[in-house]
Design a protein. Structure first.
Length: 139
């Protein structure tokens, strides 16, 4: 299958030279097409204040609520994938980011610190098998 060889070649390049690692396929939500656990871990690590607010409101439904709102934004004709990756999405009035990009200058130390955190580029996978292990955005 030529398509399979192409996918294998891309996966090999991304893991060998691109700073990515093979993700656990068991954690991939095939219905929503994302690693929900990675999204939650990313948001908890990079946005603890916003996550705490949502967790206080939603209790045990916080993770499900966040993923539902993320998927709604990704599927929206108004927002969509590029907007969500570039600008984040709202959940219960709070803005949640899905990626941090290299700051244009060193004037904001908070932005630099978020970008420099290990494994905080973006939790949204480029494919179902690949996830980042560096601080560069996936999309």
């Amino acid at each position: 299958m030529p398509g399979q060889h192409f996918e294998t070649a891309i996966e090999h390049y991304l893991t060998a030279a691109g700073g990515y690692e093979i993700g656990d396929r068991k954690g991939f939500d095939t219905e929503r097409c994302l690693f929900a656990g990675d999204v939650i871990a990313f948001i908890r690590k990079t946005q603890p204040k916003e996550w705490g607010y949502l967790a206080d409101l939603q209790k045990e439904k916080a993770e499900e609520t966040l993923i539902d709102d993320l998927c709604r934004a990704l599927d929206s004709g108004h927002e969509g994938c590029l907007s969500v990756v570039g600008h984040g999405f709202k959940c219960f009035g709070k803005l949640f980011r899905t990626a941090y990009f290299a700051p244009a200058s060193g004037m904001n130390p908070d932005t630099q610190a978020l970008y420099a955190m290990p494994s905080t580029g973006s939790p949204l996978p480029a494919s179902s098998a690949i996830r980042p292990d560096t601080a560069t955005p996936l999309m």
